[in-house]
Design a protein around this ligand. Structure first.
Ligand code: DI6
Ligand code: FE
Length: 404
């Protein structure tokens, strides 16, 4: 029989579907969670604990906060090298796009990633994923996109898969072959000769959970992304898109038309885009780390997302160029401070809505039947997770019901 154990004397947040949970945080005070095997068997006020759990071994939370474990639903954490020199160049006045057009940017990380080799890529990625795990993260999305040749795209995805075997974390992969156009090639030519064959090969090896693209003036046009999405659909793979980050090209609308799981960045998105995304159930993934790093001033249309009921997720976008951000807690803080999300929206953004962005239906909240992926924090109230800057109050982490 699966092991049963309890968390007692807890304040739950993110328990939105537990009867009696209060407010936007989904709060239950004086609560217990019963864990059975990898799942939550029961959650609610201790006074209502069913008799069958009364004799289970208990972890006394002593009034601490318990939330669903955070999910980082947009990262590029497999990559070689760093781009600190570009950071300096931007401080001297160069823009992200100017650096990219001059052959820096994504293409410089492509060169470093090709040169690194699988072992070094894995070692670097494990260091990054360990930092996220240290903040309680239980699931992480990891993209390819710094190979731009068939072999290196496959290596990146194999490294992403290896992480889930080596660490207690779930990994959802995204094939991002359409991230940049290699020098000397044109976008359509690259799609035909490299990107689509790489997608087929990666899918045949079981390495692809979803397909992503960068729809931008410095990357791929909506027509080219539509070609990519058509191939994804033919392979039965869900899609997502980097859309409307630096300019408005219609990527968010395109993502909605293709029923994308998510459209990400969205600084330049419009109310019309929000309406289309709501209709398609496409999650808006907000990436304040990139907004902050690039010194952007135009914010995503948060009010329109709220008005139309578009679920908003929050992620790190951890990458060496536009978002060298290794903290999901800091992403929550930035989402509040820079984009004016409420702390309750930030919490939902890294749990329930992040799960939805990844197409995961078995996690992201505290509710019976869901995975027992939980974070126990040395704080009293969930707003504290977003409010402090550079402080990690994680006390214990529960992954797949494993007692800490
Ligand atoms: N948008 C991003 O934020 C990252 N990729 C993308 O399409 C940036 C990647 C990089 O600058 O290396
Ligand atoms: Fe990104």
């Amino acid at each position: 029989m699966a092991e049963r154990w309890l968390i007692t004397h807890a304040t739950l947040a993110g328990a939105w579907d537990v009867p009696g949970a209060e407010g936007a945080h989904g709060l239950v005070t004086g609560a217990a969670v019963a864990v059975e095997g990898p799942r939550i068997a029961w959650a609610g006020p201790m006074a209502a604990l069913p008799a069958r759990f009364a004799r289970c071994a208990a972890l006394d939370a002593e009034g601490r906060l318990v939330t669903p474990a955070p999910i980082d639903c947009h990262t590029h954490l497999v990559h070689g090298g760093h781009r600190a020199r570009e950071f300096e160049m931007r401080l001297e006045g160069a823009s992200y796009e100017e650096i990219a057009r001059a052959g820096g940017g994504i293409l410089s990380t492509v060169a470093a990633t090709r040169a690194a080799g699988e072992e070094a890529l894995l070692a670097g990625a494990l260091r990054r994923v360990d930092a996220l795990i240290g903040e309680g993260v239980a699931a992480v999305e990891i993209k390819s996109g710094y190979g731009l040749d068939v072999e290196t795209e496959l290596v990146m995805l194999r490294v992403a898969r290896a992480i889930a075997r080596l660490r207690p974390v779930r990994v959802v992969t995204s094939f991002l072959g359409a991230h940049a156009v290699p020098r000397g090639m044109d976008g359509d030519d690259y799609l035909d000769r490299v990107c689509l064959p790489a997608l087929e090969a990666a899918h045949a090896e079981g390495l692809v959970d979803s397909v992503d693209g960068f729809c931008e003036g410095i990357a791929f046009s909506p027509a080219q992304i539509a070609r990519l999405f058509a191939r994804a659909r033919a392979l039965g793979l869900p899609v997502r898109l980097h859309a409307e980050q630096l300019s408005h090209l219609g990527g968010a609308r395109l993502a909605a038309e293709w029923g994308a799981l998510s459209a990400d960045h969205l600084e330049c998105a419009t109310e019309e885009d929000a309406r289309a995304m709501a209709g398609a159930g496409t999650v808006a993934v907000l990436l304040p780390g990139a907004f902050y790093t690039l010194g952007e001033t135009r914010r995503p249309p948060i009010a329109a997302f709220r008005a139309h009921g578009v679920p908003m997720a929050v992620a790190t976008d951890w990458n060496p160029g536009s978002s060298p951000l290794g903290s999901i807690l800091l992403a929550m803080n930035m989402a509040c401070t820079l984009f004016r999300l409420t702390p309750a929206e930030a919490l939902a953004g890294v749990t329930r809505h992040a799960a939805k962005a990844l197409g995961l239906t078995d996690c992201g909240a505290i509710a019976p039947g869901l995975r027992a992926d939980l974070a126990l924090w040395d704080v009293e109230h969930p707003a504290e997770l977003s409010y402090r800057i550079g402080v990690n109050p994680l006390w214990r982490r529960v992954f797949a019901g494993e007692r800490p």
